[in-house]
Design a protein around this ligand. Structure first.
Ligand code: MN
Ligand code: MN
Length: 272
């Protein structure tokens, strides 16, 4: 459980209950409390596979859920709050929410880490210049991030929904795309500067994680995702877990998987 006082540089959870930029189904706004519940569920213990005990007092903290309006006027509030936590010397781990929230989050990181690499797990490249009339759709955050120069590098893993426009966008921004059929890519995950990790749950095969808005078959197993998370070498300064949609979940399965992912992400941050 989160404890106080927290260690310097500790990860800190921040719920972002926002899904107004979802294009197909809503639901991820309800995810943050469920993600917390899954992280500390008594069905498992507090140790990560990499040997970190998240039950040690001060390991990580929890800033609660950010109260937000139900439209894109939420973005400056997200950016401001994440920036405050970074400026306190902490490492925000944001619980989404739809993937549009990664744009204001990474704006806060980019302003403070000019050499930032973003590592992005997703079935979708989310590089549309605009989607169904919106430039802030959850299909667009990485176009905004790259055109504003918020990240120096963007490495995408598990992509399996490319269309010509998004291939053009990837080429335009110099995005390093590892499509699902090209995995494993564990050898590509050593970084020399600060790393921001963004994990869209739909990178997983829907057999493992049905609780997403856009089920895309042919994805990662939980084990493949963990192998890639564990393989990241570098200093992870922040992370998010997004697009868990409880409305679509079956028997709490995706919630449990998300708890495991969150646990291993925190463990990787603390071991790094
Ligand atoms: Mn996404
Ligand atoms: Mn996705």
């Amino acid at each position: 459980m989160p404890t106080s006082p927290v260690n310097a540089g500790a990860p800190i959870l921040l719920g972002i209950p926002f899904d107004a930029n979802s294009s197909y189904r809503r639901g991820p706004a309800a995810a943050p409390p469920l993600l917390r519940r899954a992280l500390t569920c008594d069905a498992s213990n507090s140790w990560t596979e990499t040997g970190v005990n998240l039950g040690v007092p001060g390991s990580y903290d929890d800033a609660g859920d950010l109260p937000l309006p139900d439209d894109t006027s939420a973005f400056p509030l997200i950016e401001q709050r994440v920036g405050e936590l970074i400026d306190q010397g902490l490492r925000p781990v944001c619980l989404g929410g739809d993937h549009s929230v990664t744009y204001p989050i990474v704006r806060a990181f980019g302003a403070r880490y000019p050499n930032l690499t973003v590592v992005h797990f997703d079935a979708h490249p989310d590089l549309y210049d605009e989607f169904e009339g919106s430039r802030y759709s959850h299909a667009c955050p990485f176009a905004r991030i790259m055109e504003e120069g918020c990240a120096r590098r963007l490495l995408q893993l598990g992509i399996r929904t490319m269309v010509p426009h998004q291939r053009q966008q990837a080429a335009r921004f110099g995005v390093e795309v590892v499509e699902m059929h090209q995995l494993p890519a564990t050898a590509k995950l050593a970084f020399d500067g600060p790393v921001y990790l963004t994990f869209d749950v739909d990178v997983l095969d829907p057999a493992f994680a049905p609780g997403v808005s856009h089920r895309e078959p042919g994805g990662m197993s939980v084990r493949e995702a963990l192998q890639h998370l564990h393989a990241i070498q570098g200093h992870i300064v922040g992370a998010d877990l997004v697009e868990f949609n409880p409305v679509q979940d079956i028997s709490g399965l995706t919630e449990t998987v998300c708890g495991k992912l969150l646990k291993e992400i925190l463990g990787r941050m603390l071991a790094g």
